[in-house]
Design a binder for this molecule. Structure first.
Ligand SMILES: C[S@@+](CC[C@H](N)C(=O)[O-])C[C@H]1O[C@@H](n2cnc3c(N)ncnc32)[C@H](O)[C@@H]1O
Length: 393
């Protein structure tokens, strides 16, 4: 009965019979059985190969979210196929869903497509994902939320404060806005990204604003430059790293002695991400793989860095929701106000010693390679002490 459903899904995934193992966990045999009970059976095979896991009925999203958490990091949920009573199939992925063509027999069931950790975060997956999404990562100039988008994109370069002529690298540059910001401040910027589409857009963006950007395809783990830089910028990339220690070792090799490294990424401690993890069964692997600011600070200190600045930014709630509402339904009303709110909250958090880490979706760390002159921290304290704003436009 289920064969026709699996055929539809395999066609949808452009895969043949041999590529996916079908698992019908005994622990999830009865409709309504909590899917969490099937975790061990799924992990056993799913840690080494992709699966289609079949559940009878339609378990609640929150139960699937718990199962996903229990399986991470061995197994990741990529998509979920809902078969309804009438045989219609809906494919759900993180943030979107679509009805598939055709009808199948056999009643209500749910099929989860899983990947291994290495596959979910492997270089081929990263490149494909960002090649497909490159245009949407460029922001939409003219849209009401564009000013906010630019604020987030350029903040790492603002915090790093590049000097005129400083040899700077934007590692994982995406559409280039962080490196472009540094170039506008007079830095000599090289850049690379896993996605060739992103690199092409970064080059066009640099041309449009008339700055030099030497952008090339490449991975932090396989860098297309063979020299070190005075300043390395790394915005929103470390959560894609399958092995953050290897990743940080490679970034470190790119920083000249006495040079600076400025890293920023999603904050897994935020209320917003916690809510998403609890509510949605399908979320991007990076949201499960993100590191806390404290963890990255410790890893940098262990590699001989001196922390100069650290901050949280991007209010988790309700700004993203209100921005989306404003853009889609209210013609952009209030977007400027929300950007001001975000900047004010970021500044206040820094002045009060970063106590609000659960309120912010992202963090930034600026660190210098080697001991600070005189042996102490050569900038603002990263824990507890006030840091300067970084929330400028
Ligand atoms: C969330 S986007 C951020 C882009 C840009 N840095 C920004 O802040 O706008 C993540 C980018 O990192 C790239 N990426 C992910 N893993 C990478 C790696 N290991 N090496 C180089 N680039 C990587 C992706 O291709 C993507 O363009």
């Amino acid at each position: 009965m289920i064969a026709d459903t699996l055929d539809v899904i395999r066609r949808d995934l452009l895969l043949g019979d041999e590529d996916l193992l079908v698992l019908q966990p005994a622990a999830a045999d009865a409709p309504g059985a909590p899917p969490l009970g099937a975790a061990d059976e799924i992990r056993e095979v799913g840690r080494t190969r992709p699966l289609l896991v079949v559940f009878p009925g339609r378990p609640d999203d929150k139960h699937f979210a718990r199962l996903r958490d229990a399986l991470w990091p061995d197994v990741h949920f990529v998509s979920l196929y809902d078969v309804d009573e009438a045989g219609g199939i809906e494919r759900r992925m993180a943030g979107r869903s679509e009805a598939l063509e055709g009808r199948v027999q056999g009643g209500r069931r749910t099929i989860v497509h899983t990947r291994t950790y290495d596959e979910a975060l492997g270089p081929a997956t990263t490149k494909l994902k960002f090649d497909l999404q490159a245009q949407s990562w460029n922001g939409a100039p003219g849209s009401p939320t564009y000013a906010h988008y630019r604020w987030m994109r350029r903040l790492i370069a603002v915090v790093a404060a590049p000097q005129m002529g400083e040899r700077t690298l934007d590692a994982g540059c995406g559409t280039g806005w962080v490196g472009i910001e540094a170039a506008r401040k007079g830095a000599m910027v090289s850049a690379f990204d896993a996605s060739t589409e992103m690199v092409a857009i970064a080059g066009r963006n640099a041309d449009e604003v008339d700055v030099d950007l030497d952008a090339r395809p490449g991975f932090v783990e396989d860098v297309p430059f063979d020299r070190a830089f005075d300043l390395v910028l790394n915005s929103g990339v470390i959560s894609f790293a399958p092995d953050p220690d290897v990743y940080l070792d490679r970034l470190d090799a790119l920083v000249a002695p006495g040079g600076r490294l400025c890293i920023g990424d999603i904050n897994p401690e935020s209320r917003g991400f916690a809510r998403r993890r609890a509510r949605f069964p399908l979320i991007p692997a990076r949201e499960l793989n993100g590191l806390t600011r404290r963890t990255v600070e410790e890893k940098l200190v262990a590699r001989g860095y001196t922390l100069q600045r650290a901050l949280y930014y991007q209010l988790s709630f309700p700004v993203p929701e209100l921005m989306a509402l404003s853009e889609k339904k209210l013609g952009g009303f209030g977007c400027g106000l929300m950007l001001s709110l975000n900047k004010a909250a970021c500044s206040l958090d820094q002045r009060t010693g970063s106590r609000g880490r659960r309120w912010f979706d992202s963090w930034i760390i600026l660190a210098r390679k080697g001991a600070a002159p005189g042996g102490s921290s050569d900038g603002d304290a990263s824990h507890g002490g006030p840091t300067d704003s970084g929330a400028e436009t």
